[in-house]
Design a protein around this ligand. Sequence first.
Ligand SMILES: CSC[C@H]1O[C@H](OP(=O)(O)O)[C@H](O)[C@@H]1O
Ligand SMILES: Nc1ncnc2[nH]cnc12
Length: 295
Amino acid sequence: MTETMLAVIGGSGLYDIDGLQDARWQAVDSPWGAPSDDILTGTLDGIKLAFLPRHGRGHVHSPTDVPYRANIDALKRIGVTHVLSVSACGSFREAMAPGDFVIVDQYIDRTVLREKSFFSSGMTVHVSMAHPVCADLAAAAAEAARKTGVTVHDGGCYLAMEGPQFSTLAESRMYRESWGCDVIGMTNMPEAKLAREAELHYASVAMVTDYDSWHPQHGEVDIKQIVAVLKGNAARARSMVAHLAGAMADLPAAGCATGCDHALDFAVLTAPEKRDPALKARLDAVAGRVIDAPR
Ligand SMILES: CSC[C@H]1O[C@H](OP(=O)(O)O)[C@H](O)[C@@H]1O
Ligand SMILES: Nc1ncnc2[nH]cnc12
């Protein structure tokens, strides 16, 4: 039986975590290129845990250039079953204030310059993104976050923008008023799509740093203010991670209410004899379960 292994992908301000037993940073090779950084592995109160800083230690990678495919492939390759994203975000809601944590449950993907799929001609695959996060992992993350004492919002729609510039005032108002988005960031897409293709359970905790630019009393988004809030949020994120092992105690590696680990069932359209051998070889970790399965 597969053992549950959690990966935390740390966003802006969260470049390492402490408290892991048998902690070591290890380089992991991927046929999709180099991951953002080495991966920190260890155990946390009996749960196997991996940590990967999304932008690399020292914040090397811009949101556009994060090697999203290599990151997800490398995590799956070392045995990860669950991925929890921890991200900074702007807020479109008065009640979602700086310092609050939002447990994301929907996305609108406005990114345009990124590789968004492991699959292409030679292995054509269509997975559902109707329910883009793992409901069970999201519930565990919410429980762990609440234990830290932060204000936690259950559910929120995350607008993923390309960046690296922040939104114009007109965009900020449109996302909030017309599109009904709750928070905004630059990194959860295509990460969530790739995790789904890799049949990983994925959830995201978006930590509010600012009110983007729509709020009449807060003025426009200001990177100095974001960086100041990030430091406190990183401390709260570390505390949340420390509570995750307890919150995840009953989460099996296989099976969840969302069906994440069976996303590829019936999803491969290319006939077995028409599948591209070179692409199949690259997909060994991500889609090994179905690579030779009939249509
Ligand atoms: C630090 S402001 C903008 C930057 O922060 C967020 O990154 P992450 O999602 O990795 O925490 C946001 O998406 C931008 O990349
Ligand atoms: N307002 C904002 N827009 C996009 N990404 C962000 N990350 C933190 N705050 C943000």
